[in-house]
Design a protein around this ligand. Structure first.
Ligand SMILES: [Zn+2]
Length: 224
């Protein structure tokens, strides 16, 4: 589904993460935000083709964190398209070495295939994609190396599993999860001006997302 002229949204099936594509309308290159588990990879590629995207133009993958429901499909993309893989520096080793610590692959009943990370990204780094310029924000709480990507001019926030729509937020009971950090991260996000909340699960928000993020802060303070 087309969200803007550059951003496309493919809702996660079952427990899978949402997958987003950003199209550079000059070069036609595609950046993928989160990969899903890989269970529905073929279906995903068919859906993007129906939306007019050419899968052969996939050149880059960014993970919001390394949980298997976001990273399991990475190996499919790597084998098919050899994209550049970008992961926050605190979680990059999990992708390169595998193991179950942060990935949770076994909980999903699968083995993760380790993959090379080409770029370890850092807090406040700027990542360009088409006309968008995303600042990398480390928002720990769901996992230590969870990131959000924020473009303040376009008011776009890719929020991974930190904040969801309708006042929801990510679980804090997985390894490296931390309820205090989650509240702090949600407060940090509630200070941003956000129109498009492009979250890792559940429905996305395309209008006035600020209110929903503020509701997440309120709920997190009540329940965490
Ligand atoms: Zn997660």
């Amino acid at each position: 589904m087309k969200v803007t002229e550059e951003i496309f949204y493919f809702p996660g099936i079952n427990f899978d993460s949402n997958v987003f594509f950003i199209k550079d309308n000059q070069s036609d290159e595609l950046t993928v935000i989160d990969c899903g588990s890989g269970f529905y990879f073929d279906r995903l590629i068919k859906s993007i083709s129906r939306d007019g995207l050419n899968h052969k133009n996939i050149t880059r993958i960014i993970l919001t964190h390394v949980h298997f429901d976001h990273s399991g499909g990475l190996i499919n993309f790597v084998r098919e398209y050899a994209p550049k893989v970008l992961v926050f520096h605190l979680e990059a080793d999990s992708i390169e070495k595998g193991g179950n610590g942060l990935l949770l692959a076994k909980q999903f009943g699968l083995e993760f295939t380790p993959t090379k990370v080409h770029q370890r990204i850092h807090e406040q780094e700027i990542i360009k994609a088409g006309s968008l310029n995303f600042k990398v924000l480390n928002t720990p709480g769901h996992t230590i190396g969870s990131i959000c990507l924020y473009d303040g001019d376009k008011k776009v926030l890719f929020s991974g599993d930190t904040v969801f729509s309708q006042g929801s937020f990510g679980r804090v009971d997985f390894p490296t999860g931390d309820s205090r950090q989650m509240v702090q991260s949600l407060v940090q996000l509630s200070k941003l001006d956000v129109e498009y909340l492009l979250c890792g699960h559940l429905n996305i928000v395309t209008k006035n997302a600020n209110e929903q993020i503020k509701l997440s802060v309120k709920n997190a303070r009540l329940f965490l």
